[in-house]
Design a protein around this ligand. Structure first.
Ligand code: WT7
Length: 632
C-alpha cells in the first residue's frame, strides 16, 4: 500500500505539480489518494456525476469502515500514541490523554451498547453532548456499526433540537446531564426533556454523567456508565458502501428550516484526511488543537475525522476562551506544547481586545502553524494573530469551506504556499473554483468581485439534503447550471489568490456561526405582539457581523419589555447565538410592490448609512425609510 505522504505537497513546486495533475486527470489522481486507505473491498469506478440531476458518487462499490481507518489501522504502528488530549473546562481538573488503543476500546464498547439498544446500520442517532471525549466516542461508535450520526451543537434550544431529531427521525439520543461552559453550568438534560415531548421517533436515550446534578430519568432513559458496564470491547466494524451515509449535519439556510447535509463514507474519509495533512502540514510528533465545537463541521472534519484518520494527536477543549480569564487559550498552548492552533476570527478579535500581557505571560514557542476558519478575517486581526501569537514566524492558513463541502476548499498550505492577509489564497489540490458574473459567465480579470462557484466534483461534497433532494438542487445547483454554488462572493488578485468578500444571500455569519435571517424572523414572528419583522446583518468589531432586527408591533404601547421578550423567544426557538444585538421597533418595513422586504435598504441603515439608498421610488412605501432612520 502506498503512503499518503507521497502525495502531500512539501514545496510550492509540489503543490503546482499535484494541482496540475489533479486537474489533468481527476479520477486517476483521487484513485491514488484513495488507495492509501484501508478498504474492505476496492471500488470499481472512481467517479460518476451529473450536475443536472444532481448526483455525485465517488469510489463506487468500494467497501470500508471509516473507524478502521481512524483507529484499527494505527494500532499496528503506535497503539500508545495519544489520539485525544482532553482539556477540561476547569483548569484545575486534570487533563486526560487517550491513546489510540484506549479510544479503540471505548468506541468498540459503546458500539456494542448501541447494538444492544437495537440500533442498526442506517438508523439515525442524535448526539447532543458537551465537548468531552465521550462525544468523540459516541460519533465513532455510530460509524463503527453504520448508524448515521446527527450531532446537534449543545448550545441549541429544545425547539431546535426537537426539529432536528424529527427531521431525521432519529431512533436514539445520546446526551449528558449537563455541561460546563466557563463559570456556567448548562442543564442539558432538562432541555432534552423539553425537546423529547415533541419527538416520537426516539426509542432510547443514553445520558453521560458530566456535572453530577439531580436529573429525572424517564422511561427508556439510562446512564452511560451503567450501559458500558461489563460490555465487550470487541466489535467488528460494519461493512459500509463508499456512498452509504456517514452523518447528517444541520446548517441554516437563508429560508425555511435547517438543511440536514448528508455526507457519505468513502469520499469524506479521503478528502478530510488529504486536506488535513496538506493544509496543516502535520508531522507525527505534533500536537494539534482546533478550538471549534464538534457540533459544527469544523469539529467533525478537523477535530475528529481528519486528525484521527491521519493518526494525529487532537486536542479537545471543553471550555471557553474567557474562563477563568482571557489567557486560557495561551495557558493551554503552553501547557500542552501545542504546535498547531486553529480557531475563528471572532475569537481572535475578542482576544485582541485584552492586554497583550495575557498572551506574553505564556511560552508559545511550540507553535508552528496557525489557522482560521468560519468567516473572513480582517487585516487588523490577522496582524495581531501573526505578531502576538505566531511571533511573525508561523504561517497562517485562512481556510474557506462550508458544512456542505465537508473539507477545506481554499487555503494556503502552511509554510508551503504563501499566505496573504485577508485572502484564503489557493484552491486545494483537486478543487476547481471559478468566479461568475450575474449572468453566470466566468470572470477572468483579477480584482473583480464575482460569485464563487466550483466546477468539478470533489470527494467530500454533501450528497443531498436529508429528505429533500429537490431543495439540494434548488439551493446549490439551480442558479448556475453546471456548477456548485456556495453562496459566497469572492475576487482574485493577479496571482490567482482568492479573497472571500462575504455572503451573497440572506445568511449572516455571526461570530463564525452561519445564521439564516429567515428562521430568526420566524422566531420573532411567533411572539403574539409581533406583526412582521426583518433581520439583517451589519459589520461588528468583534463578531464580524451582528444582527439587527426591525420589528413591527401590533400594539406599540405594549413595547416596554419587547426587547427582552423577543430575545427570549429567539433563545427558546433557536438558541442564544441567534439573538440580535439591536431590536428596533418600526412603523413599517420597506417593501417592493410585490411585497418583498427590501433587505438591501435595511442592511444599509443597520451599517449606519444615512442616505444613498439608491432608487427607492419603486418601493410601495418609500416614506417608511425616513421614519426608520429618524427613530434609529
Ligand atoms: C460559510 C460556511 C467551514 C466551517 C465553518 C463554517 C463562511 C467559512 C471562511 C473563510 C471567509 C468563510 C462562508 C461560508 N466562511 N470560512 N476562511 N473566509 N468566509 O461553516 O457554518 O457551513 O458556514 O462560512 O460564508 O459559506 P458553515
Amino acid at each position: 500500500m502506498k503512503k499518503i505522504d507521497n502525495y502531500i505537497a512539501r514545496s510550492e513546486t509540489d503543490y503546482n505539480r499535484l494541482y496540475s495533475s489533479s486537474l489533468a486527470n481527476p479520477e486517476f489522481f483521487w484513485n491514488q489518494i484513495a488507495e492509501t486507505f484501508l478498504w474492505k473491498k476496492k471500488w470499481t469506478k472512481t467517479l460518476e456525476y451529473d450536475f443536472n440531476k444532481p448526483e455525485f458518487k465517488w469510489f463506487l462499490n468500494g467497501k470500508l469502515n471509516i473507524t478502521e481507518n481512524c483507529l484499527d489501522r494505527h494500532l499496528l504502528n503506535d497503539p500508545e500514541k495519544t489520539a485525544i488530549l482532553f482539556e477540561p473546562n476547569d483548569p484545575y481538573q486534570e487533563s486526560e490523554k487517550i491513546s489510540y488503543k484506549e479510544l479503540h476500546k471505548r468506541v468498540c464498547v459503546f458500539a456494542n451498547v448501541l447494538k444492544n439498544k437495537n440500533i442498526k446500520k442506517g438508523d439515525r442517532v442524535c448526539i447532543y453532548m458537551p465537548m468531552v471525549p465521550e462525544l468523540t466516542v459516541a460519533v465513532l461508535a455510530c460509524a463503527r456499526i453504520g448508524a448515521v450520526h446527527s450531532v446537534v451543537f449543545a448550545g441549541f434550544s429544545s425547539t431546535a433540537l426537537a426539529a432536528r431529531i424529527n427531521d431525521a427521525e432519529c431512533k436514539a439520543l445520546l446526551t449528558a446531564d449537563g455541561s460546563f461552559r466557563g463559570s456556567k453550568i448548562i442543564d442539558l438534560k432538562s432541555i432534552v426533556d423539553q425537546a423529547l415531548l415533541e419527538c416520537q421517533s426516539i426509542e432510547s436515550t443514553i445520558v453521560f454523567k458530566r456535572i453530577g446534578s439531580d436529573v429525572t430519568m424517564n422511561n427508556n432513559e439510562t446512564w452511560w456508565h451503567d450501559e458500558i458496564n461489563g460490555v465487550s470491547d470487541y466489535c467488528e466494524a460494519e461493512e459500509m458502501d463508499s456512498e452509504d451515509m456517514l452523518f447528517i449535519l444541520y446548517t441554516s439556510g437563508s429560508t425555511g428550516k435547517p438543511k440536514g447535509m448528508v455526507h457519505s463514507c468513502g469520499g469524506y474519509m479521503v478528502y478530510s484526511t488529504y486536506t488535513f495533512l496538506n493544509v496543516f502540514q502535520y508531522h507525527p510528533s505534533d500536537i494539534y488543537w482546533c478550538t471549534a465545537d464538534i457540533g459544527w463541521i469544523t469539529g467533525h472534519s478537523y477535530i475528529v475525522y481528519g486528525p484521527l484518520l491521519a493518526g494525529a494527536t487532537s486536542v479537545m477543549f471543553e471550555g471557553v476562551p474567557s474562563y477563568p480569564d482571557y489567557s486560557r487559550f495561551w495557558n493551554i498552548v503552553e501547557k500542552h506544547k501545542i504546535t498547531h492552533f486553529y480557531t475563528a476570527p471572532t475569537a481572535i478579535r475578542a482576544l485582541a481586545k485584552h492586554p497583550v500581557s495575557l498572551v506574553d505571560d505564556n511560552n508559545l514557542s511550540s507553535l508552528k502553524v496557525l489557522g482560521t476558519v468560519g468567516e473572513p478575517i480582517n487585516e487588523e486581526a490577522w496582524n495581531w494573530y501573526d505578531k502576538n501569537i505566531g511571533k511573525s514566524k508561523c504561517p497562517i492558513v485562512d481556510t474557506w469551506w462550508q458544512t456542505e463541502t465537508g473539507g477545506i476548499m481554499l487555503s494556503s498550505l502552511a509554510g508551503v504556499t504563501d499566505d496573504k492577509p485577508t485572502y484564503a489564497t489557493k484552491p486545494m489540490i483537486g478543487i476547481q473554483p471559478v468566479l461568475l458574473d450575474n449572468n453566470g459567465k466566468e470572470i477572468s480579470e483579477f480584482d473583480k468581485e464575482g460569485i464563487l462557484a466550483i466546477k468539478y466534483p470533489w470527494p467530500s461534497m454533501a450528497r443531498t439534503i436529508y429528505g429533500n433532494h429537490q431543495r439540494y438542487k434548488n439551493v446549490y445547483f439551480a442558479a448556475y447550471p453546471g456548477y456548485y454554488f456556495p453562496g459566497d462572493g469572492a475576487l482574485t488578485d493577479s496571482k490567482g489568490n482568492y479573497r472571500i468578500t462575504g455572503r451573497v444571500d440572506d445568511v449572516v455569519i455571526v461570530s463564525g456561526h452561519n445564521l439564516g435571517t429567515a428562521p430568526i424572523e420566524d422566531a420573532i414572528n411567533l411572539h403574539e405582539n409581533v406583526v412582521e419583522s426583518a433581520v439583517v446583518g451589519y459589520p461588528h468589531d468583534i463578531k464580524g457581523n451582528a444582527l439587527r432586527a426591525f420589528v413591527i408591533l401590533l400594539d406599540e404601547k405594549a413595547s416596554i419589555n419587547m426587547d427582552k421578550e423577543i430575545k427570549e423567544q429567539i433563545s427558546k426557538t433557536i438558541g442564544p447565538i441567534a439573538k440580535p444585538d439591536i431590536i428596533q421597533i418600526v412603523p413599517g418595513l420597506p417593501k417592493t410592490r410585490s411585497g418583498k422586504i427590501m433587505r438591501r435598504i435595511l442592511r444599509k441603515i443597520a451599517s449606519g448609512e444615512k442616505e444613498n439608498f439608491g432608487d427607492i421610488s419603486t418601493l410601495l412605501n418609500p416614506e417608511v425609510v425616513k421614519q426608520i432612520l429618524n427613530e434609529s
